[in-house]
Design a protein around this ligand. Structure first.
Ligand SMILES: O=C(O)CCC(=O)C(=O)O
Ligand SMILES: [Fe+2]
Length: 218
C-alpha cells in the first residue's frame, strides 16, 4: 500500500477505512455499476413491510428481495453473475480491515452475492439487520459518490446505542464477528459532496458484498 490508510474500529469486528479506493478505482467501479444497473434485474425499488424502498437496487450472483434470496429473477431470467472483481475486492477488504486477526467466518467465506444500491439525494435506508444469509462471513460495503450518514447500531434493537459515521466516496466499511448482526441504516445523503473524479455527478452508490452460505435456491 502506497499510503497508510486510517483504520477506525467503530465496534468489535466493525471497521471503517476512509478513502480505501483511490479516485481512479472509484471511477472504474462507478462505470461498472452503471453497466450492471443496465443489465437484467437492474435498479429495482423493492417493497418491504414499511413501504416502497427509496433505494434502487441491482443484485449480482443471487437476487435479493425482502426478505429472501432467490437464484433467478422474478420473471425467471438468470441473475447477473457474481463478478470475479468483487470476489477480489472482498478478499482485499478483509485483509486491509482485519489483517492477521479476521473474525469468525472470514477465512472460509465464499462471497457469492453483491447488492448495488443507488441513493438519490432524498433516499435513505431504515435500520435493519443483514439476516437473510446463512453464512456468518463479514459484510463488505464500499461507498461511491455523495457522502452519507451511516448509522451503526447494536445487535439487539433498532435504536440506541448507535454510532453515526460519515461514509464518503471510496470508503470501505466491514462488519463481522460480534457485530455481524448489528442493526444499521443510512440516515441521510449529503448532496453534492462527491469528488468529481469519482465519476458520479449526483447521488450515492453502495456495494455490499456478502456470502449467502447457500448451495442452491432456497
Ligand atoms: O448503503 C449502505 O451503506 C448500507 C446498505 C445496506 O445496509 C444494505 O444494502 O443492506
Ligand atoms: Fe444492510
Amino acid at each position: 500500500m502506497l499510503f497508510e490508510i486510517p483504520r477506525i474500529e467503530i465496534a468489535p469486528g466493525a471497521v471503517h477505512l476512509p478513502g480505501w479506493l483511490d479516485p481512479g478505482r472509484q471511477r472504474r467501479l462507478v462505470d461498472t455499476c452503471r453497466s450492471w444497473a443496465q443489465g437484467p434485474g437492474g435498479l429495482h425499488q423493492h417493497r418491504t413491510r414499511g413501504g416502497v424502498m427509496s433505494v434502487r437496487m441491482t443484485a449480482l450472483g443471487w437476487y435479493w428481495r425482502p426478505y429472501r434470496y432467490t437464484s433467478v429473477l422474478p420473471d425467471g431470467q438468470p441473475v447477473q453473475p457474481f463478478p470475479q472483481e468483487l470476489e477480489q475486492l472482498a478478499r482485499r477488504a478483509l485483509a486491509d480491515a482485519y489483517g492477521d486477526t479476521p473474525p469468525d467466518g472470514a477465512h472460509e467465506a465464499h462471497y457469492d452475492v453483491a447488492l448495488v444500491n443507488f441513493y438519490d439525494s432524498t433516499a435513505r435506508m431504515g435500520m435493519h439487520q443483514d439476516r437473510d444469509e446463512r453464512s456468518d462471513a463479514p459484510v463488505i460495503s464500499v461507498s461511491l459518490g455523495d457522502s452519507c450518514v451511516f448509522r451503526f447500531g447494536n445487535t439487539e434493537t433498532r435504536s440506541r446505542p448507535y454510532t453515526d459515521i460519515e461514509l464518503g466516496s471510496g470508503d470501505l466499511f466491514v462488519f463481522g464477528g460480534p457485530t455481524r448482526m448489528a442493526h444499521h441504516g443510512v440516515v441521510r445523503i449529503h448532496p453534492n459532496t462527491a469528488d468529481p473524479r469519482c465519476g458520479l455527478a449526483e447521488g450515492r452508490l453502495n456495494i455490499t458484498i456478502r456470502a449467502t452460505g447457500f448451495d442452491t435456491d432456497t
